[in-house]
Design a protein around this ligand. Structure first.
Ligand SMILES: *Cc1c(COP(=O)(O)O)cnc(C)c1O
Length: 431
């Protein structure tokens, strides 16, 4: 039995499914999850000492790669000063200032410990600010596992959603409406039916939880117009895209194409913690004034603004704020996806690719998907074969076809080349 297999067997005895987050169990692709012992730069190493080029980066946070010296120093220094105080610190203020500096739509932020918590709190804030209950989310977008957000589309248009998880009472999701991503007509009908009861619409501007699907500019334009017209708040969930697709997040990319564009509430996580548990939600001062202790909306956290996590996040943001960082990351990521496409073409394997900054997606299909249905209508068997062939070849892509990929600044041309060579071999073996 391999060490990974032995660890997985042991883990399954004491942890449900052997993992602390379901995707890690390799259920979608089959096989044994790799237990990771250490990581450095662009590589992770499993319990058997096998090294992989890492395209997960802890699902987004590791934008500088693993063990970046400046970040490591900041974390070690902060740890020596104390792990947690339950009292305010200067570093929280600095991190809030740093986030706000790069995201003009945000005047104040509150720090929390996970993206789930941040999205859940953003919705409570929107409901408090509007005095309304209903929310719209889109099929295929993930906003953490809070009850009201674990909802799939009901049958037919703008019907009430159904819980996607056991343990979520139908009453809890009765205020959630689920619509198709990028469907302008359905959006208009939903606003016509429920617009004046809507507290908020929450969306991933580039959906990274159905691989990689951009919101179209006409859709985003109309969404902003309808929210404004009906007094609903637009929540942009940038937990994955924030500080990764661009320093100002995906909203900065849409603001370039849609005059005056800005969300009302933004949610961040992943990169802003640099690998430590840290997330945030932010908005205008007026909206944020709803939060306790200023206003009536309660929100709190024992470890919120944790001093070690804020040190890690701050050091990470300082590094990525250097001029040209995202342009270089974007170019490196493009080399990867263009290369994958080239190898697929050469092997007569249908593939569509897209990327922005250090976030990418590849699909075993001819055309880029535009919504959830088209994103999952790909050749699943081929993906699974490809995934395992790449893993054997020392390249660690996400173990499920509906997940995005992540490139860090530690990925050099050598790692891209290694990856493309492995892809060529994988296509040759299984195309
Ligand atoms: C990861 C993610 C979340 C949840 O964040 P956690 O820290 O895992 O709770 C929410 N929204 C989006 C878009 C995400 O990618």
């Amino acid at each position: 039995m391999s060490t990974n297999e032995a660890l997985f067997a042991r883990a399954q005895k004491v942890i449900p499914g052997g993992v602390n987050s379901p995707v890690r169990a390799f259920r979608a692709v089959g096989g044994t999850p790799r237990f990771i012992a250490r990581a450095e730069g662009a590589y992770i190493e499993d319990a058997e000492g096998k090294r992989y080029v890492d395209y997960i980066g802890s699902w987004g946070p590791m934008i500088l790669g693993h063990g970046h010296p400046a970040v490591l120093d900041a974390v070690l220094k902060a740890a020596r000063d104390g792990f947690s105080f339950g009292a305010p610190t200067e570093r929280e203020v600095e991190l809030a200032e740093e986030i706000i500096r790069h995201v003009p739509s945000v005047e104040q932020v509150r720090l929390v410990s996970s993206g789930t918590e941040a999205c859940m709190s953003a919705i409570r804030l929107a409901r408090a600010a509007t005095g309304r209950s209903r929310l719209i989310k889109f099929e295929g977008c993930y906003h953490g596992h809070a009850d009201a957000l674990l909802v799939k589309a009901g049958s037919g248009l703008a019907t009430f959603g159904h819980p996607t998880s056991a343990g979520v009472p139908p009453e809890v999701v009765q205020h959630t409406t689920v619509l198709a991503f990028n469907d302008v007509e359905q959006l208009e009908r939903a606003f016509a039916a429920h617009g004046d009861e809507l507290a908020c619409v929450i969306i991933e501007p580039i959906a990274g939880n159905m691989n990689f699907v951009r919101t179209s500019v006409p859709f985003m334009t109309r969404l902003r117009e309808l929210c404004t017209k009906h007094g609903a708040l637009l929540i942009m969930d940038e937990v994955m895209t924030g500080f990764r697709v661009a320093l100002g997040g995906a909203q900065s990319l849409y603001a370039r194409q849609i005059p005056g564009f800005a969300p009302d509430i933004s949610v961040f996580g992943k990169v802003i913690g640099g690998g430590m548990p840290l997330a945030a939600f932010g908005a205008s001062r007026k909206v944020m004034a709803q939060l306790a202790p200023l206003g009536p909306a309660y929100q709190a956290g024992t470890l919120s603004g944790n001093p070690v996590a804020t040190a890690c996040g701050l050091a990470t943001l300082h590094e990525i704020a250097r001029p040209g960082f995202h342009a270089a990351l974007h170019a490196r990521t493009r080399e990867l996806v263009d290369g994958l496409k080239r190898e697929a073409d050469a092997a007569h394997v249908p593939m569509a690719v897209d990327s922005e900054g250090g976030l990418f997606g590849f699909f075993f299909t001819d055309r880029l998907p535009h919504d959830y249905t088209s994103a999952v209508a790909v050749d699943k068997e081929r993906f699974n074969r490809f995934f395992h062939a790449m893993l054997d070849g020392g390249v660690y892509f996400a173990p499920a076809l509906y997940e995005a990929g992540f490139v860090s600044s530690a990925h050099s041309p050598a790692e891209i080349e290694h990856t493309l060579k492995a892809a060529r071999a994988a296509f040759a073996a299984s195309a």
